[in-house]
Design a binder for this molecule. Sequence first.
Ligand code: NDP
Length: 250
Amino acid sequence: MSNLLFWYHTLLTVIFVLAPIVFFALLFITAPYGRYAQNKKFFSVPSRAGWIIMELPAVFVILSGFLFTAPAAAYVLLLMWEFHYLQRTFVFPMQLRNPLKPMPVWIIAMGNIFNIINGFVNGVSLTVIHHYEISWLVDTRFLVGAFLFFSGFAINHHADWVLRNLRKPGESGYKIPQGKLYQWVSCPNYLGEIVQWLGWAIATWSLAGGAFFVWTAANLAPRALRHHRWYGEMFADYPKTRRALIPWVL
Ligand code: NDP
């Protein structure tokens, strides 16, 4: 048990320390996947396989914590986690309009490492660090967090759906997304993802959840700024009032 706690505290610290470094690095370096994919520069695999391989550890590693006995409400939190990760790992990649787009292996490897660390830390947090008795399910923190979690999921899911439907089957180019939150921001899918993990942090009321939220924001805020700049450069008629990530703010 002391070994487990040592690794829990060490890896939690690693996430909190690395998050601001990643944030500043990503303001200057753009991860070369999606619209920034560089065909021949890196050893790559098709994006559909890449997404599945990258996210797979997140589905399973959290279960390691459940080798220990856990109170009932921990299983409800586990279901919320799996609700997201089963969609992201097995459904989202099957819906990609351009599944053969190259995804660099080093990005997949980095995603794997993060998903293993994050799955472990959250698994231990749900089962060993915290004791989520059934009464937790009516606690205001759980209720507010769960509301944000599912609202964020819905925003992310809808925004990804809009993007997917910009392309007809066989098309691979880019268009200006319109409607709902796209009226205000370029990347509502990233906004939804950040809100979702903020909800997770509140629903679990845990450092592990807080670390995941900080990490997600550190990754997605710079990428949203990059996407926003890219839209402005690509489309002369790109709406001027639209912001990158947070309506009227950023
Ligand atoms: P993007 O918004 O860059 O792309 C999402 C999909 O929509 C891609 O298939 C992309 O195609 C397509 N697309 C995007 N913009 C357009 C457009 N203007 N016209 C036509 N098609 C478009 O998202 P990501 O690929 O970065 O992320 C995908 C999901 O993963 C998101 O839900 C995101 O929140 C999540 N994610 C979560 C992270 C985390 O830290 N938790 C980190 C990264 C992503 P193409 O691939 O050809 O560009």
